[in-house]
Design a protein around this ligand. Structure first.
Ligand code: PMP
Length: 416
């Protein structure tokens, strides 16, 4: 190991102490948590921020005059500002809190669809989308008469950009795609796609669930019109997510959920919606969760976004090398230079569920199944796959343990 690599591992060892759960054992072995694409773990700083919010500053936000309500409101709006800064968004009013990426896409699909989509208009998705970026558009298409088209993949799991150009047409109103595939790990060339979509007059929604936690993100230089992500995939709590949008677009989009907080005025014969961002935030928001997300963003900023990105690339390259040595194992997706920290694979004659179970017995947590991407698995000719997914707190030793555990799992199956 080089000096730089050794000092990185030492830094990771120190950072891991911030995550109580990473110290636990599973099946009598140290836990190797390689299921970060599904959900990450939380550092003490996030747990403490949420506990402090409940123990010292808790009241409902937005409506209160009393001290606790004002403190809760300040913490809540400070977290909105942290998200704004994270995304380099022009203003905090363009940051809408939802209960997760799924809720944010549903909001966008319903509201954008109601306002802008007519029968025969086209929505362009890709073959690698998570169900969260498929089903809401299918529902919108059913309601509006819009038509969905899918950008196909190349055999190594990247978007076919020539096909994208052919599919993009005068009727394309929206392109909705993931920044990073939650199965293939593919990092999509967003800037290129967004500029081509804009040239054709279409808006672009980016599903940042697998990118925002792992790499720097600047919505203004990217030029995306809408972007979503979830808190729990970036050290934050469950129950909170974000929709960012271009201001003029959000202003023209109608509210989705109705209720308290999202109105300026209500009469017996109707209502006037509130200004951004509140017009999209009906009801009591996830207050402690938003504050926890703010603490997660602070923590990640201290760890350093460039370092996080580099660290995950290192782990992914190591995983490709280690898994590449296993006979009968096929990695699904492109080479490491085109992907984030996600390595999915199939092993001859070993079902993904059996693989995940045998790995669990060795303390290694991975996910098996279709990973909410059934159409993608159909395209790949697979019913399921096994997925290891990294965060900066994973170690090179854990990557080696994954490979060793897989060799053992294969041996168990050969004996059966
Ligand atoms: N999009 C992608 C690419 C994802 O990986 C996920 C989570 N697996 C989602 C959307 C949905 O996120 P959530 O379940 O947090 O709403």
């Amino acid at each position: 190991m080089s000096g730089a690599a050794a000092s990185d591992e030492a830094r990771v060892a120190r950072l891991r102490r911030d995550f109580p759960i990473l110290a636990r054992e599973v099946s009598g072995k140290p836990l190797a948590y390689l299921d970060n694409a599904a959900s990450t773990q939380r550092p003490r700083a996030v747990l403490d921020a949420m506990t402090a919010a409940y123990e010292r500053h808790y009241a409902n936000v937005h409506r209160g005059i009393h001290t606790l309500a004002q403190e809760a409101d300040e913490l809540f709006e400070a977290a909105r500002e942290k998200v704004r800064a994270l995304l380099s968004a022009p203003s905090a009013e363009q940051i809408i809190f939802t209960s997760g990426a799924t809720a944010a896409i549903n909001l966008a699909a319903r509201s954008f669809g109601d306002r802008f989509l007519n029968p025969g208009d086209e929505i362009l998705l890709t073959e690698m989308e998570h169900h969260a970026n498929l089903v809401p558009w299918q529902q919108t298409a059913e309601r509006t008469g819009a038509v969905i088209r899918y950008v196909p993949l190349t055999d190594d799991g990247r978007l076919d950009l020539d096909a994208f150009d052919r599919l993009l047409g005068p009727r394309t109103k929206l392109v909705a795609l993931t920044a990073v595939s939650n199965v293939l790990g593919t990092i999509n060339p967003l800037a290129e796609i967004i500029s081509r979509a804009h040239a054709a007059g279409a808006e672009v929604l980016v599903d940042g669930a697998q990118s925002v936690p792992h790499m720097p993100c600047d919505v203004q230089s990217l030029g995306c019109d809408l972007l979503v992500f979830s808190g729990h995939k970036m050290l934050g709590p469950t129950g909170v997510g974000v929709l960012y949008g271009r201001r003029d677009l959000l202003e023209r989009m109608p509210p989705f959920l109705g209720g308290g907080s999202m109105i300026r005025e209500v009469r017996f014969d109707g209502f006037l919606p509130a200004d951004l961002p509140y017009k999209f935030e009906a009801g009591t928001p996830p207050i402690a969760e938003v504050i926890g997300l703010g603490a997660a963003i602070d923590y990640l900023g201290q760890v350093g976004w460039e370092w996080i990105e580099r660290r995950e690339r290192l782990l992914t390259e190591a995983a490709h090398r280690a898994l590449g040595r296993i006979e009968g194992l096929r990695i699904i997706g492109p080479e490491p230079r085109h992907k984030g920290g996600i390595v999915s694979f199939a092993i001859d004659r070993l079902h993904p569920h059996d693989a995940a179970e045998l790995l669990d017995r060795q303390g290694v947590a991975v996910r098996a199944g279709h990973h909410c991407a059934m159409p993608l698995h159909q395209r790949l000719g697979l019913s399921a796959s096994t997925r290891a997914s990294f965060y900066f707190y994973n170690t090179l030793e854990e990557v080696e343990r994954l490979a060793e555990a897989l060799e053992k799992a294969k041996a168990v199956f050969r004996r059966k």
